[in-house]
Write a protein that binds this ligand. Structure first.
Ligand SMILES: Nc1ncnc2c1ncn2[C@@H]1O[C@H](COP(=O)(O)OP(=O)(O)OP(=O)(O)O)[C@@H](O)[C@H]1O
Ligand SMILES: [Mg+2]
Length: 216
């Protein structure tokens, strides 16, 4: 299974979502490989450098766009759950991730600009999803609301707006919490950290993703 974590909007929590899901799946016994496609930043690679060797291993590979499809497929065949952390731009890379992935997780923060970024991405997504389906493939996208502040008007209005689109929303929302920032510099996922609420929401999200994998 290949999961692309993608949004063309910068800073939408792609890396945070990728690393945290990787850790949660590793604790469930999955063999996980993160593919870092963000050549400029390599945030995922930097994250894993701080990871304690005693913790469940997460393999990280930095991959150039031209090798993405073949690398992801080869790792999948080796038995890895492959999670692709994307770079923040509409590009050939974004299109390659759409075409190479089985599931897409689209992290969206509840702000006007992020919502507009999602709409732009969606236009692109539709074109490449069509191309993939025409060749007998399938790609299942879901929107993940991240860095939310519960019970705010902005969150409610973004949720209403998202309901008008064909991409379903995860039930789990990832709340704005210090735990996500703190764990980023320690090579950890929030399921390995002291914030119980962060851990609980990440485990819920992991279950939702697992059910998408099982029903794919
Ligand atoms: N739920 C959260 N609570 C608090 N901070 C968060 C949360 N999610 C992400 N962040 C912080 O927001 C910033 C951007 O997150 P992240 O680097 O994951 O985004 P990105 O989409 O990968 O960015 P880029 O487009 O630059 O690759 C980081 O500082 C991260 O620690
Ligand atoms: Mg990133």
């Amino acid at each position: 299974m290949i999961i692309g974590v993608i949004n063309t909007k910068g800073g939408s929590a792609k890396t945070t979502t990728s690393t945290n899901l990787a850790v949660a799946f590793a604790h469930k016994g999955y063999q996980v490989c993160l593919l870092d496609t963000d050549e400029g930043q390599e945030s995922t690679r930097m994250w894993v450098e701080n990871r304690d060797e005693a913790l469940p291993e997460i393999r990280v590979e930095v991959v150039l766009p031209k090798f993405l499809a073949t690398t992801a497929k080869a790792l999948e065949q080796e038995g890895y759950l492959v999670i692709v952390d994307s770079a923040p731009k509409l590009s050939d890379l974004a299109n390659l991730i759409i075409v190479s992935s089985d599931l897409l997780i689209i992290p969206v923060q509840p702000t006007y600009y992020d919502f507009r970024g999602f709409e732009n991405f969606l236009e692109n997504f539709r074109a490449f999803k069509g191309a993939k389906e025409a060749s007998g493939g399938k790609v299942v996208p879901s929107v993940l609301l991240t860095r939310t502040r519960p019970n705010t008007l902005m969150l409610e209005s973004i949720k209403e707006a998202l309901a008008n689109y064909e991409v379903p929303l995860f039930k789990t929302e990832i709340v704005e919490r210090e735990a996500y920032k703190a764990t980023a510099s320690m090579g950890l996922g929030v399921v390995e950290y002291s914030d119980k609420k962060a851990k609980a929401e990440m485990l819920k999200l992991t279950e939702e993703v697992e059910s998408l994998i099982e029903n794919f």
